[in-house]
Design a protein around this ligand. Structure first.
Ligand code: FEO
Length: 393
């Protein structure tokens, strides 16, 4: 077998795999690490590097480039996205290769100047549809803003039908090189979509429609495996960006003395009996990436929280805040709560979810452990929720 890092006739993967990383943005757990994919494109006359790598891997990137070319011979550095996991190393490359020009979007240019000290005269701004000739190889730039920063763009290598999309179509895993070799690719990609792209899914849909008629053989994102059979990930992104939901309920809860837990358990039992796909997460020990993944296509959310000092349990505040920030396509929510000596969490949950498109169908607040009457109320609320879920695909 040849060198698999040569992904097409003129493109080499020169990125790094970060097997050890376990957190991203001090927020997102990375159970399988991640990769920072950087690509070297060699034309007959010019050489371009597409995106770079995270701080700490500068030397590895240089070594990888030098295996195929020479860092000093780079003519262009393409910045599809300015976040440091892809753009940080631009500064050292631009400093050590005086002839290199940075190619990026208008917004990207400002970010490169501010964040990476790239002088304005060394930046070439490209607009949607602009092309760059490398000598027999043409790079075409496609504006794809807000995926997930304002400056993002795609780069398309016309002759080799390869689309470089940076974060879009990515996944946080160091495992595998091509996506068809990765068993859990779709769950990993879905988790990544939920964490990073879900709040921007309308712009994601717009970007997808722009590339709909493009002849694509390879999608090369800047995290995770490369898609040499891109149909699967394109199909998945069509559904996810459209906000298609299933007869599925995500239950996120926390309990202190088991009363909230008992309420949640009964609700879950009822939903399962009604044939719903139910995913349950105890916020005390759940990975928020898993929650983000299940929010991608859940039609309803059940929130369970005790009242602590007149409000929601802090873990439930965190969970609810995340739901609000990630803007999932869920249509309905219900809240379940118990309190020892004073309520308040239901009111806070309602306040926190106001301003979202999620309709709160009902809330049950119980003093102490649930009674038979409370269980009956939970069953009624569950039936109402199931009815709504079935009515509104
Ligand atoms: Fe992977 Fe938005 O950077």
């Amino acid at each position: 077998m040849g060198d698999i890092t040569k992904i097409s006739e003129s493109v080499y993967w020169v990125g790094v795999k970060d097997w050890d990383r376990r957190m991203f943005d001090a927020l997102i757990p990375l159970p399988q690490g991640t990769s920072y994919n950087s690509y070297l494109v060699q034309g007959n006359e010019k050489t371009a590097l597409i995106d770079t790598v995270n701080p700490g891997f500068e030397e590895q990137l240089r070594q990888n480039i030098n295996r195929y070319s020479k860092v000093d011979s780079l003519d262009y550095v393409i910045m599809n996205h300015a976040e440091p996991d892809h753009a940080f190393t631009i500064q050292s490359i631009m400093n050590s290769v005086p002839k290199a020009t940075l190619i990026t979007s208008e917004k990207g240019a400002k970010m490169a100047m501010v964040q990476y000290d790239v002088p304005e005269e060394r930046i070439k701004i490209v607009q949607d549809g602009d092309t760059l000739d490398l000598g027999g190889k043409t790079l075409k730039f496609i504006a794809a803003p807000w995926l997930h920063w304002p400056e993002t763009m795609f780069t398309y290598l016309v002759e080799e039908k390869t689309l470089f999309t940076c974060d879009f179509f990515g996944s946080h895993t160091a495992a595998g090189f091509y996506s068809d070799e990765v068993e859990d690719l779709i769950p990993m990609a879905k988790r990544y979509f939920g964490e990073i792209m879900m709040p921007f899914r309308k712009l994601g849909a717009k970007a997808l429609s722009k590339i709909e008629d493009l002849d694509i053989e390879i999608i090369a994102p800047s995290h995770g495996p490369i898609h040499r059979n891109p149909e699967l990930i394109l199909e998945a992104y069509k559904k996810w960006t459209a906000g298609e939901t299933l007869e599925k309920v995500i239950v996120v809860y926390v309990s202190m003395w088991n009363s909230t837990r008992k309420m949640v358990d009964r609700m879950v039992q009822e939903l399962v009996r009604a044939g719903m796909d139910v995913k349950v997460f105890n916020l005390e020990n759940s990975d928020i990436g898993d929650i983000a993944r299940e929010l991608v296509d859940s039609r309803a959310i059940v929130l369970g929280t005790p009242t602590v000092l007149g409000g929601m349990h802090p873990l439930a505040v965190y969970g609810t805040y995340l739901v609000k920030a990630l803007k999932p396509p869920a249509k309905y929510a219900v809240a379940l709560s118990s309190y020892g000596w004073g309520g308040g969490s239901i009111k806070q949950a309602q306040e926190m979810l106001s301003g979202t498109k999620i309709e709160i169908l009902g809330a049950i607040d119980v003093n102490g452990p649930p009674t038979d009457k409370d269980y009956q109320d939970i069953e009624k609320l569950s039936a109402e929720l199931v009815g709504k879920i079935r009515e509104n695909p």
